[in-house]
Design a protein around this ligand. Structure first.
Ligand code: FE2
Length: 158
């Protein structure tokens, strides 16, 4: 809900077409639809994605949406990769990745994240780079694996 609200606000501030604004709204509303599903259900949907459980809900939701008739590639790819990031993304995937991190309900770095959320409509690419760097730094600090797609995305925005 908070992610969708933020995406709707950015879409309005950026004056997006109604088709793109709808795509942004939909990825916000659907991206975590299976976050609380159990592992067998996630693996049933996310076939062929040999990912750890924590990131499996993205590909699972995308597969389920596709099975239900969703055809917008931009929407499916934004959801599939929303935890890891993808160098194949257009604006919808990038917007979701930022909204997921900048939504006001998260308890850390509130002032910095609110500033980035406000700045996004005037500097989409700059804020995306900053969010990606912050998320990557956290991944490294926690000693977690960096996925090839995440590294490729970072190298793309340097
Ligand atoms: Fe998620």
């Amino acid at each position: 809900m908070r992610v969708t609200t933020l995406l709707d606000r950015w879409a309005a501030e950026l004056g997006l077409s109604s088709a793109e604004a709808t795509a942004w709204h939909d990825v916000g509303a659907w991206h975590d639809a299976l976050r609380d599903a159990d592992e067998p259900e996630l693996r049933q949907w996310a076939t062929g994605a040999p990912w750890p459980l924590s990131v499996l809900h993205g590909p699972a939701v995308a597969a389920r949406l596709a099975a239900e008739g969703e055809t917008r590639t931009e929407v499916l790819e934004a959801i599939r990769w929303h935890t890891l990031g993808s160098p194949a993304w257009g604006r919808t995937g990038r917007a979701l990745y930022m909204a997921d991190f900048l939504e006001p309900g998260r308890p850390f770095s509130r002032t910095e994240r609110a500033f980035l959320a406000r700045t996004l409509p005037s500097d989409f690419d700059g804020v995306f780079r900053q969010v990606l760097q912050l998320r990557l730094e956290w991944t490294l600090r926690e000693g977690k694996a960096v996925f090839p797609e995440t590294a490729a995305l970072w190298n793309q925005v340097l």
